[in-house]
Design a protein around this ligand. Structure first.
Ligand code: GUN
Length: 288
């Protein structure tokens, strides 16, 4: 008889709590040295429910670490020029260490032009081409928080990447592409799969580590996975019953694999802490 297989639940909230304690301590020390607290500004355009929730979570996380925040809200009909002027103002404002423009933006605004307008030193999301390029070259940079948070989780659980076959599902600029670069930098053999990829499930089953970041609720079930695998689920979706769920069908896949991140309590909390860490880094650099 084979022993009962107990997969490891990768506890993102526990890791996030540790990072948070470190950040709070660093902030306290910085303030004790006579500096103002680090400050993050958030720019939200329109009233997308998901984006409002994400921004609210980031603001709340700042508050509980002693980081101040400024919430800027604009109507969906703000012009690109007005938004660019707002960004110029934040670039020049020395009381703000970093800021984020919550994506997606309304379709009349060119997202690339907006992101390129951000001072790379204040681009705590790591979306500016300067930061993306430096990350791709393996140089110090602000790196997109979700893939960096995933590396933090892997490191925390001593999950190796060197020489491992890693499959990244999804090729977004925010998650899939930077994830592939970062895994490559950590000596993984990386395959990026997307909507045009053939034999998806065979490629997934052959991997040691699978990162799912396609934003498709419970799209990957038992047929996509094999024993021994590590599964990282980036999805933040709502299922047919209205409950928060990942890209992976957790109930079907959890009994098969070696380790898996749940949704919620997986990647999300760590992502937020990585962003806050970037704000603190920007503040420390500005006062060094
Ligand atoms: N939209 C989805 N994820 C993100 C993120 O990490 N930062 C910003 N600014 N927008 C997003």
């Amino acid at each position: 008889m084979t022993p009962h297989h107990t997969p490891l639940l990768i506890d993102g909230n526990a890791v996030a709590a540790q990072i948070k304690a470190d950040i709070a301590l660093t902030v306290r020390r910085h303030v004790a040295e006579g500096h103002r607290p680090p400050c993050l500004a958030t720019l939200l355009v329109g009233h997308d429910g998901g984006s409002e929730l994400y921004v609210r979570n980031k603001i709340r996380a700042c508050r509980s670490c002693g980081i101040t925040s400024i919430e800027l809200q604009f109507d969906a009909d703000i012009t690109e020029g007005e938004l660019l002027r707002e960004i110029e103002r934040l670039n020049a404002d020395e009381s703000i260490d970093g800021f984020i423009v919550q994506l997606p933006l309304p379709s009349h605004i060119d997202e690339h032009r907006v992101v390129e307008a951000i001072d790379p030193r204040k681009d705590v999301d790591g979306f500016h081409p300067m930061n993306v390029g430096r990350m791709a070259l393996g140089l110090p940079a602000f790196v997109s928080a979700t893939p960096l948070g995933i590396l933090t989780l892997l490191r925390h659980y001593s999950i190796p990447t060197a020489g491992k076959k890693c499959v990244v599902m999804g090729r977004s600029n925010i998650v899939g592409k930077p994830m592939a670069h970062l895994l490559l930098e950590r000596n993984a053999t990386v395959t990026v799969c997307h909507s045009h990829t053939r034999d998806l499930s065979a490629k997934m089953r052959a991997a040691d580590v699978v990162v799912c970041a396609t934003g498709r609720a419970k799209a990957y079930g038992a047929a996509c996975f094999a024993p021994g695998q590590i599964v990282i689920d980036v999805g933040m979706n709502v299922d047919a019953a209205g409950a928060l769920c990942g890209d992976v069908d957790f109930a079907a896949v959890e009994p098969i694999v070696d380790a898996i991140t749940p949704v919620p309590r997986g990647v999300g909390g760590v992502t937020t802490q990585v962003l806050l860490d970037h704000v603190v880094q920007a503040a420390l650099k500005a006062t060094a």
